[in-house]
Design a protein around this ligand. Structure first.
Ligand SMILES: Nc1ncnc2c1ncn2[C@@H]1O[C@H](COP(=O)(O)OP(=O)(O)O)[C@@H](O)[C@H]1O
Ligand SMILES: [Mg+2]
Length: 615
């Protein structure tokens, strides 16, 4: 028996080329486009507050040159008035602008999460076979959060700091261009530091997020299966697994922290060495009488104004690098093709089928995760080889065979959950690849081997089969599925919420709800993956009875474990290792004296079912 191959852990720590970086930066900006208006208003408010802030050194200059030197008290009062107005205006504008920016961030992450979820819903089943739930959840939650905080916290500040910086530089240039240029000789050093540390911040952020994703896998698995964890007393083991992966994240986070911690102060140091140059040179000018003390001090104030934004710019830059790392992980998901994208051209809807099914020389191999090596792909066995059969409308066809023979796979292929490698599957003579996937699936219902119930009321779980069903239809479906018997005993009846996985219900009860769901869906074609050993005798009889009602007037393809089902089938297909080895009715196959007879005779010791371990 082959274990399903799990996707090899993806470690895409590929270095990003400059082109890719620019691309994802551009895409991040495009995410903000719906909020252009809010951002523009917020930007204007920012410019105003900053312009007001720029007036401050001018006030100081007046204070020094006019008030203090000329001892003018009236001018002082005016100055204080101006200062008060500036500060109040700044506070008010800051409030409005803060709300605008934060609300954009919240909406952005809402929209992005919604898009991601929609996209994930559209992914083909093979994608979910290859990816781990916890890791995907981490991208939808952690990466979007990181993008939100590091983006909205920084896009406007970035604009504002640039405005302040440009303003300060222009003013310093007009006051004394030689000093300004002198201070700027240190600029290349600052640029180099930012570039090196920025790259490091980005790659470590990717590591942090990957670690979080890995930890999310453990989180999801351990929390979803507490029964197994506790039965084997593996609580400490799970804690260890979780910590180990969180530690990966921590190691990267600490490296990032050191890079971020260095970047701001280092930029400050570099910038202040520029200022120091100016003080040294300017001081000499004042001593030589070529410059007034007030001018030098005002100039130094502006220089300090320049240094502030430089330091915050470098911090913003580091945040933006983190945002880009998160956005790459988000775009990676969004760029994967969905099922709808697999339909090359807008396809026709499948007309209401009469229910004639054909498999023509179908062969199939489960797809491998794209990240894995070719060697592994070569080793993968064909799951189905040259499978051909026909089911006429209203017929019941039973699939029988040892475990791993490919029975469930055939049902999945009919639903077009996977793409076949060769041959064709036709419904009423129409190739199922030639019609809209949705219209195909609408005409089928699947009752899986282990039905999944959602953490909602029984009524809602049944309604999943058809969302617009009336209460009356719902009731009739539940009754026909023999589910009313136990539902009436529940305290809230149909409104009883079944646990996250319906754990409060027995296997037989869950199956009857799944049958009611399928009945409500009222499909032309019924796909049944029978449950075996999990049912006791009484449940078995009730389920069987419900199934008989469900199959009436429908084409049914059933993975059969119960003799009653097998014996009643119009046709039995015996599968072994992905190949149909025998076909016929029960009587014919018994006479053939092959695999079917062996399976049947063995089950004779345990009447009622074909030995579950074999089927
Ligand atoms: N999602 C999957 N990805 C890869 N291999 C799979 C997957 N599901 C089943 N297989 C493999 O395909 C083969 C047939 O599986 P299946 O159709 O489930 O068998 P059956 O229902 O007859 O027991 C098995 O070898 C199984 O390991
Ligand atoms: Mg199966």
């Amino acid at each position: 028996m082959m274990e399903p191959v799990s996707a090899p852990e993806a470690r895409p720590k590929k270095p990003q080329s400059a082109g890719q970086v620019r691309l994802s930066a551009w895409r991040v900006l495009r995410l903000l486009r719906p909020y252009a208006w809010q951002l523009m208003i917020a930007g204007c408010l920012l410019i105003i507050t900053n312009a007001l802030g720029l007036a401050f050194p001018l006030v100081i200059r007046t204070l020094l040159n006019t008030v203090l030197v000329q001892r003018n008290a009236r001018e002082l009062n005016q100055l204080i008035g101006v200062l008060a107005i500036i500060f109040v205006a700044q506070a008010l504008i800051g409030t409005g602008q803060g709300y605008l920016v934060t609300s954009v961030g919240e909406r952005l992450s809402f929209g992005l999460r919604s898009d991601l979820f929609r996209h994930l819903q559209g992914m083909p089943l093979s994608f979910f076979d290859q990816r781990r739930t916890g890791e995907l959840m981490s991208r939808v939650t952690n990466d979007v959060s990181l993008l939100q905080t590091s983006l909205t916290g920084n896009v406007l500040p970035l604009a504002s700091e640039i405005v302040v910086l440009a303003g300060s530089v222009i003013i310093t240039l007009t006051i004394n261009w030689r000093f300004t240029l002198l201070a700027m000789v240190v600029a290349p050093a600052a640029g180099l530091a930012a570039s090196l540390l920025g790259r490091r911040i980005r790659s470590t952020t990717r590591g942090v997020q990957e670690g979080l994703g890995d930890a999310g896998i453990v989180l999801e698995e351990a929390l979803a299966a507490p029964r197994v964890v506790k039965a084997f007393s593996r609580e400490d083991y799970e804690v260890g697994r979780f910590d180990q992966r969180m530690r990966q994240s921590l190691v990267h986070a600490l490296r990032r922290a050191s890079a971020q911690a260095v970047l701001g102060p280092l930029s400050g140091l570099i910038a202040f060495s520029g200022v120091t140059l100016v003080i040294w040179f300017g001081g000499q000018e004042v001593v030589a009488g070529r410059l007034t003390a007030g001018d030098l001090i005002a100039f130094i104030f502006y220089m300090v104004l320049v240094v502030g934004p430089l330091i915050s710019l470098s911090n913003i830059y580091s945040q933006i690098q983190a945002a880009l790392a998160a956005s790459e992980r988000i775009f990676e998901l969004l760029d994967l093709p969905t099922e709808a994208a697999l339909d090359h051209s807008p396809l026709a809807k499948l007309p209401d089928a009469s229910g004639q099914l054909t498999f023509e020389h179908v062969s199939f191999t489960y797809p491998v995760a794209p990240a894995s090596t070719g060697a592994q792909a070569i080793l993968r066995p064909r799951v189905l080889r040259d499978v051909s059969f026909e089911v006429l409308p209203g017929q019941v066809v039973a699939l029988v065979g040892p475990s791993g023979a490919g029975k469930t796979t055939i049902l999945s292929l009919l639903l077009r959950l996977y793409e076949i490698d060769g041959g064709a599957i036709k419904l009423d003579g129409i190739d199922i690849r030639g019609v809209q996937v949705k219209s195909l699936r609408e005409q089928m219902a699947l009752v899986p081997q282990e039905p999944v119930l959602f953490g909602d009321s029984i009524a809602e779980n049944v309604r999943y089969g058809r969302l617009d069903a009336t209460d009356d239809e719902l009731y009739r479906a539940v009754a026909a599925a023999n589910a009313l018997v136990f539902i009436e005993d529940l305290p809230l009846g149909m409104e009883t919420v079944v646990g996250e996985r319906g754990v409060k219900l027995s296997a037989g009860q869950r199956q009857r709800i799944a049958i009611a769901r399928a009945l409500l869906h009222n499909p032309r074609i019924l796909l049944l993956d029978e449950a075996t050993a999990s049912l006791d005798n009484e449940s078995e009889a009730l389920v069987q009875d419900a199934l008989t009602r469900l199959m009436q007037g429908r084409t049914t393809l059933v993975v059969a474990h119960r003799l009653t089902t097998v014996e009643r089938a119009d046709q039995i297909l015996v599968l072994d290792q992905g190949h149909i080895v025998e076909r016929g009715t029960h009587g014919e196959l018994m006479e053939l004296d092959g695999l079917y007879r062996r399976l049947y005779t063995r089950s004779f010791e345990d009447p009622g079912t074909i030995t579950p371990s074999l089927v």
